[in-house]
Design a protein around this ligand. Structure first.
Ligand SMILES: Nc1ncnc2c1ncn2[C@@H]1O[C@H](COP(=O)(O)OP(=O)(O)OP(=O)(O)O)[C@@H](O)[C@H]1O
Ligand SMILES: [Mg+2]
Length: 253
């Protein structure tokens, strides 16, 4: 059950702020993620996307603001406790344990809920198959391609059995055919009941996967709405292309 009348969003971020010394990386960010959705978080390089994820998932302490999961305040809790509550994230810089097999790497996530090695490895097998890593399960993680490492990163997070998954650029660096193959995997995860909030630069993926998109620029949420509507918003175009860009584009239309 979501919200129970306290807040309708499954994940609610309210005025979340992070200051690193004199730099405000995220400034009063407010956004909602509806249960069962795939929601996008887009914005130019250095906009504060990863920092926002790090605060939501407990890796950075917010300077101010609140995070609520299913109506319960979770601000500033430790990553391990949040994972137990059902919130998992992937990392933009993927660093698998190179000497361990793919199966063992996925088990690192599975151990959260399954302390017995045998059970954790069985879940790893199931999740690995689902992510299309079946033929690679017994190979060392170091042998994976970039696309394979991205799948492994999602598998490790999924093996914690999350209710909500925060994906940080899991499609970055994939070629067009790898990208095409990965989109149904993400749709399948959502169909299995996992809500997804994804940071993504690949607009084709954002447009085909996300119902709702939030745009962050200079640490502030500058637009929120349906994907098609948001990408045509002049403030969003200018955040990516610079001041006056929306007008210049319109003049050439
Ligand atoms: N630990 C930190 N200490 C100091 N500054 C930081 C730290 N982490 C991030 N920053 C700064 O905060 C700002 C936002 O960075 P962040 O990584 O959140 O952006 P991003 O939107 O994820 O960018 P990208 O698209 O390049 O991944 C940047 O100016 C970055 O240099
Ligand atoms: Mg980032």
């Amino acid at each position: 059950m979501t919200g129970q009348g306290r807040d309708p969003a499954f994940l609610a971020v309210r005025d979340l702020t992070k200051r690193f010394g004199g730099l405000t990386a995220v400034s009063e960010a407010t956004l909602d993620v509806r249960e069962g959705s795939i929601t996008g978080l887009i914005g130019p390089n250095g906009a504060g996307k990863t920092t926002l994820f790090a605060m939501i998932a407990g890796f950075e302490q917010p300077s101010a603001g609140l995070v609520l999961l299913d109506g319960e305040e979770i601000t500033g809790r430790k990553p391990h406790d949040l994972a137990k509550l059902g919130l998992a994230r992937t990392f933009q810089i993927v660093q698998p344990f190179a000497g361990l097999s793919v199966r063992e790497n996925i088990a690192v996530g599975a151990f959260l809920r399954l302390p017995k090695r045998r059970d954790a490895l069985a879940l790893s097998e199931e999740v690995g198959q689902r992510l299309g890593l079946g033929p690679q399960l017994d190979k060392p993680a170091a042998a994976l391609t970039v696309a394979g490492r991205k799948r492994l990163e999602v598998a490790r997070a999924l093996a914690t059995r999350p209710r909500i998954l925060l994906l940080d650029e899991v499609l970055a660096g994939l070629n067009p055919s790898e990208l095409r193959d990965f989109l149904p995997v993400l749709q399948d995860i959502r169909a299995g009941g996992v809500t997804i909030l994804m940071i993504e630069h690949v607009m084709q993926a954002v447009m085909s996967l996300c119902e709702h998109v939030h745009v962050i620029s200079g640490g502030r949420i500058i637009a929120s709405g349906e994907a098609a509507e948001v990408v045509g918003n002049p403030a969003v175009i200018e955040a990516y292309l610079g001041p006056g860009a929306a007008q210049r584009l319109a003049a050439h239309a």
